[in-house]
Design a protein around this ligand. Structure first.
Ligand code: GLA
Length: 736
């Protein structure tokens, strides 16, 4: 029974969601307000903690005239509102027809369900078996019954995770405008926490940013229409002393692929409020009577084992309870993608040549990137016109796919369905199908964004993509999206509803993804947006692979994959070995290192095999064999970061099988240091008294040696040198 409910007295009620490791506690106070007590390590209470008691404070507004001791200003709120004595960032803001935005919500009832509930129209985490998740729904009602809010909490038996969302219901007789509908808020006791976010840009996604918050507000988010390269929908909060391995950390992830916002706020109360949800910038929603509005789901993680523990909780939880693709727990094929090899400049014969060579090396999937359709020989045309270019590909996709299948490889294809080129036939026929607010169009990569808030546009995309996917034996689809949204508006929506368009776009996108991924369950879909511009937990519900970044430089990838691993499982990261000098940075790195770094995920190549030396081709053959040998471990294992590539000259990643019998580690040295240090790293999570053999060097080590004494059999010879280690347990209880 992972939810405990106790009556404190006639009015006040105590709720405790718990599993073996964590507790989430709140109570309903005498004014029917839900007040948070604790989120963190599993605890039991004998009484309501003293910190929850009310004291008269000068200059503080009282929640009730007759009670000078209670204010929301300092209370730890479960669901915060503005204008009713709490001055901190609210979770829900509403404008009523009389112009007022002030309202209270009071506890009405609760309900318990013995599973996770799916959210309508939005991605959500799920339970597979009875008993592995329990849901608590707390209903709050507005005094004049104009609205009610369901706070939806789920606790999972085996994960240190709480999911939260809110369902806002218009129960009155008038419409009202939702100005802000965040998914959750929580007040953590104390302040001076470190706030961690994943920041970046195209080509340098998800770099880790850590700052301390003593007072005021730290906001991160996106207003680009996509979850974006700029900030991921993620925030971590931890103590100053928390590091990779030790200390408490909270991680907050949002299942949303559009405009999001995370706020950390410290005011007068010496507590830190975290609020996250849809960004309120350019957002409002008219809720008519009897309608409801569902906020996206948030995943709240607690770790007592540092940031590494937080990441592993996200990884395991997302793999088991978020991604519903059949491929979530399948090994990923080694692929080759022709983008950096040919860009738009290819024909059937050239593709066949590259494919033949790839198949000889052991590649399992050929992905045909941009440029296969209409007149698409540059990025300034043809998006929207989804018919094959028969001049480039005589015989069409089907004949090419068959040819590639004959080589023993699967065939995959690139699409960018959400976009339209102004010169396309689609645009000529339906110029009102793109997002626009009647102002001028702002092109980005020469293209406009289709208005996915419209059902007719959604249906067009579903039909066109179904045609493409059925036109050949297609096993893989790279779903791209190559610009942010500007001038957001819809020709199909009433003037007063224009602020709804960004969210309606995402709901439309989710409808398309829902239908297509269910219609084509055997296709492995890869999410992409100019690289990793929409690598987010919302998309991950539908897709089991993401193009992590357009930046394929080995060193840049260290930083990007390091940050990405804070929340996303490595096996969801598409990583490709590319040519040097690298196309994004002009940097030269060894082919061994390019592969060692790419091996930590869904592995592939993106280069012209026809232009490589015999040595390079031989290396690639070996790399592919290595990947095939370790990929099951990469799929299931626990992931550890050792060191930090933006701070340290040497760092490593490690994957350990759940039974601790097999370990892969990659160690990378950034720069050669003359007369430099003798490096040593300590591996993690092994069996202390087992004997492990490093397979390539055929050398034995005890678990305790690798964990406590360290591994130092390493010698680096050039900048960006690296090594891959593969340990297997060959004996237990070596001390006896
Ligand atoms: C985006 C993707 C690339 C490639 C190009 C094609 O930039 O991230 O991998 O597919 O589009 O136009």
């Amino acid at each position: 029974m992972p939810i405990e409910i106790k009556n404190i007295n006639n009015i006040e009620k105590f709720f405790h969601l718990y599993n073996k490791n964590i507790s989430y506690m709140f109570y309903i106070n005498k004014y029917f307000v839900p007040i948070n007590i604790h989120f963190g390590k599993r605890a039991e209470l004998q009484n309501i903690p003293d910190s929850m008691k009310y004291y008269n404070r000068p200059y503080t507004p009282c929640y009730r005239e007759e009670d000078s001791e209670f204010t929301l200003e300092t209370a730890c709120m479960e669901y915060s509102l503005f204008g009713i004595t709490d001055f901190r960032p609210p979770t829900l803001s509403i404008s009523f027809e009389n112009g007022s935005n002030v309202f209270e919500l009071a506890y009405k009832k609760y309900e318990i369900l013995h599973s996770k509930v799916n959210l309508k129209g939005l991605p959500s985490t799920f339970s597979k078996n009875d008993g592995e998740a329990t849901t608590l729904i707390i209903t709050l009602e507005e005094r004049d019954k104009r609205l009610a809010v369901d706070l939806i909490y789920t606790i999972f038996e085996k994960h240190n995770v709480i999911t939260r969302s809110a369902l806002i219901k218009n129960t009155g007789i008038e419409s009202f405008i939702i100005e802000e509908a965040m998914s959750f808020s929580i007040d953590l006791k104390g302040f001076g926490y470190d706030i961690i976010n994943l920041a970046g840009a195209w080509g340098r996604e998800r770099h880790v940013d850590r700052t301390r918050l003593y007072t005021g507000e730290r906001n991160i988010g996106s207003v680009t229409g996509a979850s974006s390269h700029i900030q991921s929908p993620f925030m971590a909060v931890c103590l100053e002393e928390t590091n990779e391995k030790y200390g408490e950390a909270y991680g907050f992830g949002l299942l949303y692929s559009g405009n999001h916002k995370f706020t950390a706020y410290v005011g007068t109360s010496f507590s830190t409020r975290i609020v996250a949800g849809i960004n309120n910038k350019n957002f409002s929603w008219i809720l008519d009577k009897e309608e409801s509005f569902q906020t996206p789901e948030a995943v709240l993680v607690y770790s007592e084992n540092g940031l590494g523990g937080m990441s592993r909780t996200f990884h395991n939880f997302f793999r088991e309870h978020l991604c519903r693709s059949l491929f979530a727990d399948k090994i990923r094929p080694v692929l080759i993608n022709n983008w950096e090899a040919t860009y738009f400049d290819f024909n059937r014969d050239e593709i066949i040549e590259i494919a033949e060579q790839a198949s000889n090396l052991g590649v399992e999937l050929f992905v045909l990137d941009d440029g296969w359709f209409a007149d698409r020989n540059a990025d300034n045309c043809s998006l929207g016109d989804w018919y094959v270019n028969l001049t480039k590909l005589p015989g069409g996709l089907s004949s090419l796919a068959n040819e590639i299948n004959k080589m023993g490889m699967q065939f995959g294809i690139w699409v960018e369905p959400e976009m339209v080129s102004p010169t396309s036939n689609l645009y000529k026929e339906h110029s009102d199908w793109c997002l626009h607010s009647g102002y001028c169009n702002y092109l980005s990569r020469n293209q406009l964004v289709l208005d996915l808030s419209r059902e007719d546009v959604q249906n067009y995309i579903i039909d066109k993509m179904s045609e493409v996917f059925l036109s050949a034996n297609i096993s893989y689809v790279k779903w791209d999206m190559n610009r942010y949204m500007t001038n957001v508006g819809s020709a199909a929506l009433a003037t007063k509803r224009q602020r709804e368009v960004s969210h309606r776009y995402i709901l439309g996108l989710y409808r398309i993804l829902d239908i297509l991924t269910q219609k084509f369950p055997y296709i492995l879909f890869e999410g992409c947006a100019g690289g990793g511009g929409r690598f987010d937990p919302g998309f991950m519900h539908y897709m089991a692979q993401f193009w992590t970044s357009d930046d394929t430089d080995a060193w840049e990838r260290c930083l990007i994959q390091y940050g990405t691993s804070f929340i996303f499982p490595p096996i969801f990261m598409g990583n490709h070995v590319s040519i040097v000098p690298n196309h994004q940075t002009n940097r030269i790195t060894p082919i061994k290192t390019r592969a060692n770094i790419a091996l930590m995920g869904a592995f592939g190549y993106e280069l012209d095999l026809r232009k490589l030396t015999a040595y390079e081709l031989e290396e690639i053959k070996i790399q592919i064999d290595v990947y095939k040998e370790i990929r099951k471990l990469l799929l299931d294992g626990n992931y550890y970061r050792i060191g930090n590539p933006s701070l340290d000259n040497l760092f490593a990643w490690q994957i350990v099988s759940k039974d601790k019998n097999e370990i892969i580690a990659v160690i990378v040295q950034k720069m050669m240091i003359p007369n430099g240090p003798k490096y040593s790293i300590r591996l993690e999570d092994l069996k202390e008294d087992a004997l492990y053999k490093e397979m390539k060097r055929d050398k034995g080590y005890t678990g305790s040696q690798l964990m406590y004494v360290g591994f130092d059999d390493m010698e680096f010879k050039v900048d960006f040198d690296s090594m891959l280690l593969h340990f297997k347990c060959i004996g237990e209880d070596v001390y006896e």
